[in-house]
Design a binder for this molecule. Structure first.
Ligand SMILES: NC(=O)c1ccc[n+]([C@@H]2O[C@H](COP(=O)([O-])OP(=O)(O)OC[C@H]3O[C@@H](n4cnc5c(N)ncnc54)[C@H](OP(=O)(O)O)[C@@H]3O)[C@@H](O)[C@H]2O)c1
Length: 373
């Protein structure tokens, strides 16, 4: 068996180290991919900085990363959609419970992807453009389509009626938000959203009919006005502090479903510290108390609220329906644009740590991407 290079998390809270690891062999339902570009998500610095508490099952050494674009170099015996040489984009789920982060993490030269969480990259789309997609679009799909969340109709499922209803997206300029807007529109739903004014024009281009400044003191009232008398099919809450306002908008508009993707208090400050104890105690206490209050407010308002796990579509039919059924055509004909635009911060595995630090420092409507040789 030969080796390749990987950016490895050697121990909790340590900087990534580039070292050799064995090439994985694809299982029957996997493809082996030569990685050409990866994108960085908030979860990468959350795991690096707080994983011993938040991802207790994930043991170092581990390879982090969810977003992969590259070329197929071997196919598993039960796969049917890919051939060696195909360019492919897919969701790596190595950091999930029960998975193998050294085999399945994104930040390495070779990794395995599940065929059902992969799609061909259309001609004319670069690896860096494609790499922005996987966790953003998967999380958006889980929130919109899983029955435990909004349970909406997938694109192409039955007739879209003109009054299908409105999805409220708080945090439309996030990576998950831009994908949520596009998927909801592709399924025939209207979208009202919030973002900083600098992102408003892009979100309208993607199909949002109203974009409210999320920092405005009357953002909730503006969202309620924007909904008007249309039925609300649910809200997707993205970003720290997004769930409370969503509950209030749902309460005032009669919406009944809330899907949340973010902790109510950001872990950014904690993730950058050398020691988690004792600083984590007040942060996690605030998260626990805030979540308890939010869930109670939701229940009292008759709203079903739940937390999205963006890679959970691996274990239900949604993964195959999104990645195998919908995305190949939608990426090819431009119905789904890979967004946010990539912000390429470097080339090679040595640049991945810089990419993680850059994402933790905050990005504005861009996705941090690293090209891999
Ligand atoms: N549960 C899961 O499985 C899962 C999966 C993926 C992501 N997430 C979470 O979802 C959130 C979004 O992740 P992402 O990767 O999509 O983010 P991202 O692309 O890094 O988001 C950057 C954008 O967020 C907006 N923003 C900043 N603070 C915000 C706030 N408090 N509320 C709403 N928007 C804010 C800014 O846009 P403007 O200033 O232009 O508005 C900025 O352009 C994060 O909390 C992430 O941890 C969860």
């Amino acid at each position: 068996m030969s080796d390749h290079r990987a950016a490895v998390l050697p121990s909790p809270r340590a900087p990534l180290e580039v070292r050799s690891v064995p090439d994985p062999a694809p299982a029957p339902d996997e493809i082996l991919v030569r990685v050409r570009a990866v994108a960085v998500n908030p979860v990468d610095w959350v795991i690096q900085g707080t994983g011993s508490v938040t991802y207790g099952w994930l043991k170092a050494p581990a390879v982090l990363g969810s977003d992969v674009a590259g070329e197929v170099i071997a196919v598993g015996s039960a796969t049917t959609r890919f051939r060696v040489g195909d360019r492919v984009v897919g969701l790596a789920t190595g950091t999930d419970k029960g998975r193998d982060p050294l085999r399945e993490g994104a930040f390495q030269q070779r990794t395995v992807l599940l065929e059902r969480l992969s799609a061909p990259i259309p001609e004319g789309m670069t690896n860096e453009q494609a790499a922005v997609l996987p966790l953003g679009v998967s999380t958006a799909a889980c929130g919109l389509f899983q029955p435990s969340h909004l349970g909406l109709r997938l694109p192409g499922d039955g007739e879209a009626s003109s009054d299908a209803g409105v999805v409220i997206v708080w945090g439309g300029a996030t990576s998950v938000g831009m994908n949520t807007i596009q998927l909801a529109r592709a399924s025939g739903y209207d979208v009202v959203t919030t973002a900083s004014p600098r992102s408003a024009a892009l979100l309208v281009e993607l199909g949002a009919d109203s974009v409210v400044d999320r920092t405005s003191p009357d953002a909730i009232a503006q969202l309620v006005d924007a909904v008007g008398d249309r039925p609300v099919v649910g809200a997707i809450a993205l970003g720290a502090g997004s769930a409370g306002p969503c509950i209030e908008v749902l309460r005032r508009t009669g919406g009944r479903n809330l899907a949340m993707a973010s902790t109510p208090v950001s872990l950014e400050g904690l993730a950058g510290r050398r020691r988690l104890f004792p600083a984590m105690i007040p942060t996690f206490a605030r998260i626990g108390v805030t979540m308890g209050v939010l869930m109670l407010r939701a229940r009292l308002a008759g709203i079903r609220a739940g937390f999205i796990w963006g890679s959970s579509l691996r274990d239900d039919r949604l993964g195959e329906r999104l990645w195998g059924g919908f995305l190949p055509g939608a990426l090819g004909n431009g119905a789904i644009r890979p967004l946010p635009e990539p912000l390429v911060v470097g080339r090679g595995l040595d640049a991945v740590q810089e990419g993680i630090d850059r994402q933790r420092a905050g990005v504005s409507a861009r996705k941090v991407v690293v090209s891999i040789d």
